[in-house]
Design a protein around this ligand. Structure first.
Ligand SMILES: Nc1ncnc2c1ncn2[C@@H]1O[C@H](COP(=O)(O)OP(=O)(O)O)[C@@H](O)[C@H]1O
Ligand SMILES: [Mg+2]
Length: 433
């Protein structure tokens, strides 16, 4: 190689690569995570549910007191899975015994899935390695449930239903957890997908019997004391689960599980979540061993809070789009607006999906309600406009939209609780100026 050639090579190598230095906002460094089943880095609100776990459920279970399981329902994108994954993550860090998110796809046998996860918990508890005969037999019973699932009860091979095997092993796991000062956390997600009646009742009875089980423990100085097992059960899914008949769920379901319907997040909670971003900034490694800081302009934060209407998925979407809309180390208001414009189509289809899932009567009801001026939204007016022959016919529909889905609030005047649905039906949202 000539000297000249070597010099050119050297110059090319030493060229600063501008993209590396200016481009701190890359897909890799972006902290927003629209999508599903993630615990996002930018977390907002849900303090009530987090404190229910930290201050009520866990301490009570650890103390041997009985607590119901928790059912958390809500429209898609409201953050049910994220919430319980966050709780499970917290439990895991404390050394509790936690299942992964057991996501039930339509058509899979939930009894098999649950059996397999219970076997894994038994491993964690050190039960599978033990030499006790009784436990060995129990593990084998659950193994056969993990293979045959709910169909085992139909064959009735050993005259025992699968749920009894699952409960018995859970009880052993619960005893081991007491010895280890751990709490067992079980998370079943997408429970609305359990459409098989027999499978649903097997699952709910297996879990319900385990959480209501009481046992005697020796407390030094007190003697034998009765206590419950430290087992927390979280069921998450779409509100449609609430429609599953009492018969399918079993009469004792509501006594064994407390149900919450998630609603959108308050603007103030979203603001607080973004505050760190505004004040301190978000640290991103620049790939060269040092760290840059990305700031969010206060008026950009306001745009994000405004466009997402309290909807966690849309919040992540707006944040991510703003991050990608520029390259500088300050996310400006213009970035937030430009970003949201690029995400508008996705925001629209997210809300459309929510509306499309509604049964026709419920959809007609919210559409008619949205067309009325807020002061005219009485049950009578809405039901006439929605084409119900009598306003009493609209009663069950509006009740479901309120109590089961959390989309509206009933009162003398009806109002919307799901603010993204409201915005979509009443204004030119998601467009921004
Ligand atoms: N508390 C929260 N704060 C900020 N973002 C959230 C929160 N909960 C959920 N998200 C985001 O919302 C989106 C949907 O959450 P997910 O839990 O999958 O919803 P669901 O299970 O209700 O359909 C995800 O992108 C997640 O990152
Ligand atoms: Mg989910």
């Amino acid at each position: 190689m000539t000297d000249e050639r070597m010099l050119i090579d050297k110059l090319i190598k030493e060229q600063p690569r501008p993209d590396k230095f200016i481009h701190v906002r890359t897909p890799v460094t972006n902290p927003f995570q629209p999508g599903s089943d993630v615990v996002p880095a930018v977390w907002a609100g849900r303090t009530g549910q987090l404190s229910d776990w930290q201050d009520v459920l866990r301490p009570r279970l650890a103390a041997g007191l009985w607590e119901r399981g928790r059912t958390i329902l809500g429209e898609p994108g409201l953050g049910k899975s994220s919430l319980v994954r966050r709780i499970a993550g917290d439990a895991d860090r404390r050394g509790d015994w936690v299942t992964p998110q057991i996501r039930l796809a339509l058509g899979t046998d939930p009894v098999k899935r649950l059996a397999a996860e219970i076997l894994r918990l038994a491993d964690k508890a050190g039960l599978s390695a033990g030499r006790e005969h009784r436990i060995g037999d129990l593990v084998r019973r659950v193994q056969s449930v993990a293979l045959s699932g709910v169909s085992l009860s139909l064959r009735g091979a050993e005259g025992q239903e699968p749920h009894t095997a699952l409960t018995d092993l859970l009880v052993e796991i619960g005893h081991a957890a007491i010895d280890h000062d751990a709490v067992v956390v079980i998370h079943l997600d997408e429970i609305q997908n359990i459409t098989d009646e027999a499978a649903l009742s097997q699952v709910l009875i297996a879990l319900g019997d385990a959480i209501t089980f009481t046992t005697e423990v020796d407390v030094p100085g007190l003697g034998p004391v009765e206590r419950s097992l430290p087992i927390a059960v979280y069921l998450t899914g779409l509100p449609d689960f609430a429609e599953a008949s009492a018969g399918r769920k079993g009469a004792t379901f509501s006594r064994r599980f407390a149900t919450t319907v998630l609603t959108p997040i308050d603007d103030d909670d979203l603001r607080s979540a973004l505050r760190e971003f505004v004040v301190v900034g978000w640290e991103v490694p620049d790939g060269e061993g040092s760290v840059s800081v990305v700031h969010l302009a206060p008026d950009a934060a306001e745009v994000i809070v405004d466009v997402c209407r309290g909807e966690p998925f849309l919040f992540q979407l707006a944040g991510q789009a703003a991050w990608y809309a520029g390259t500088g180390d300050v996310i400006s208001r213009a970035d937030a607006i430009r970003g949201w414009r690029s995400a508008e189509a996705e925001a629209t289809s997210h809300v459309e999906r929510i509306l499309e899932r509604l049964p026709p009567r419920e959809r007609d009801f919210v559409v008619a309600m949205a067309k009325l001026d807020p002061t005219e939204r009485t049950l009578t007016r809405i039901s006439t406009d929605a084409g119900f022959s009598r306003s009493t016919d609209a009663g069950p529909t509006s009740q479901r939209l309120d109590r089961v889905r959390g989309i509206i609030d009933r009162g003398t005047r009806y109002s919307f609780r799901h603010r993204a649905v409201e915005a979509f039906l009443t204004s030119d949202w998601p467009e921004v100026e």
